[in-house]
Design a protein around this ligand. Sequence first.
Ligand code: PMP
Length: 417
Amino acid sequence: TAAADDLLCRRRRALAASYRLFYDEPVHLVRGDGCWLFDADGERYLDAYNNVAVVGHARAEVVDAMYAQAARLNTHTRYLSEPVVEYAERLLAHFPAHLAQAIFTCTGSEANDLACRIATSWTGRAGFIVTKNAYHGTTTATAALSPSLHADTPASVRTVAAPNPREEGAEAAGRFAADVTAAAERLHADGVGFAGLIVDTILSSEGVWAEPRGLLAPAADAAHAAGGLVIADEVQAGFGRLGDGMWGFARHDLRPDLVTLGKPMGNGHPISGVIGRRDVFDAFGSRERYFNTFGGNPVSAAVGLAVLDVIERDGLVAHAGATGAHMRAELTDLASRHPGIGDVRGSGLFLAVELADPETGAPASERTARVVNEMRRERVLISATGPSGNVLKIRPPLVFDAEQSVLLSRALDDALT
Ligand code: PMP
């Protein structure tokens, strides 16, 4: 529309070009409700991508909690305040006992940045290992841990190929672990030293690899054996999205020392955090000063608590498991009719559809981009990921239902046709 074109022109003038929008024809959203988003003309879009509005857009319980706390008090975080203590207690109840404390931050990048700083402080070493197409954030330190951004990788960061169970079968986990051991040895030999392995527990930017369970466990053991900490990045996988528990690290039998959280934590409100071992936090606190003006402020804590309430009360983890299984079956059925689908994978409501040339098996990267844009024209919003950009990423709010799943499969069927 003319109004959207005008807004796009103003955006191009006022906002830096490096921050790109989704879709050839960007969507001008003005309102959300549950899994639905509405544009300025009142057109309705099915949100099958939003890992942020995890309990649904404009969820009343969350909005009410946010308003009630904001109307009472919001402030700098260096005062004694009950909401943040209560939220930490409630959140920690979802973690194994050795992960006993929390620090709250504002974005996933900030949480990963802090986790790495803590690991450096604990080990006295500066080297980290990440997977080859990882994404861990946008601060200077985390961008260096994110080869998918195509920024320079400094000597203190070693990349190893993510395990690919489709290519390597049962050997994937072992090969990944052996690579981690070798990379840690190189960091030690270089004099940098090995501080930690940081891994996204759903390997999202690697193309979404959820299976087999335990895929990441041997690499975590290897990292510990080499003297480093294990940081589980749950920014994408966390809060029940995988449908079989709250965290991806549990799915993989990891024993992380630090866990980072973000995106869904505040249903759109910026809150994130690091959960970790008490002894590791204590050592950090005794060596370095830390404070964070906004991390865990009363409004953020109230919002986080409301999100957790809804997830628990409505059984959204089990719901994600059941709805995800349903949608996966539909997508697998689509794959039997569309030879361009190379693979359907994922877990719960974090699903991936890989598009490949049926003859050669080569990644169908351009076609994937066309499918994403075609689905947007059909008013179903998804995106693409993976090293070759040929993996459709389907990651709706956890309140997604069976009817919406059918709508999505039909739109994908049409777009592929
Ligand atoms: N880690 C992972 C795995 C992510 O996907 C992201 C965001 N896409 C981040 C960290 C960074 O989070 P944020 O954008 O909130 O800084």
